[in-house]
Write a new protein. Sequence first.
Length: 176
Amino acid sequence: MIRRVLSLIVLLWVLGFVLFVVTLPQPADNRITDAIVVPTGAPGRIQRGLALLQVGRAKRMLITGVDRSVKPHELAIAQGVPLALFGRTIDLGREAVDTRSNGEETATWLAARNYRSVRLVTTDWHMRRARFEMEHAISDRITIVSDAVVSQAGLTVLMKEYNKYLFRRVAVLFGL
């Protein structure tokens, strides 16, 4: 009996993982949102957010999870964008240290500005967990548009992220 239950659990995990991999989120369309939120992390995220901001897809952008030692002018230089953009339309969130706190930091930022729509820009393999955390933290009245940065993630990265996503969903289910 125990072997059957364990076999079923393993089978469900494998099927879920395959579904997770073959249905990785894609970049969004060009709709306009009030804001763009980009969690720091994998390459391409900040660049995608900046490109969308510069073509007018949102009024303002939050980069969440920025290290306290990073200065706006350093980020502007590293990304090849005018420094004026940072004071005018980009905020650096320095409170978040993980995906869960990215969601919390974003919720506070969105509420303070009364935004009703946000484009979440993150890596394809990270999108489900980042969106889950954001949905968990923000008001139901705010529309989230998932805008994935396509990656070439390896099997190890995908498996780690899938497990983190499953564990976080279970933790929330049990109120942890």
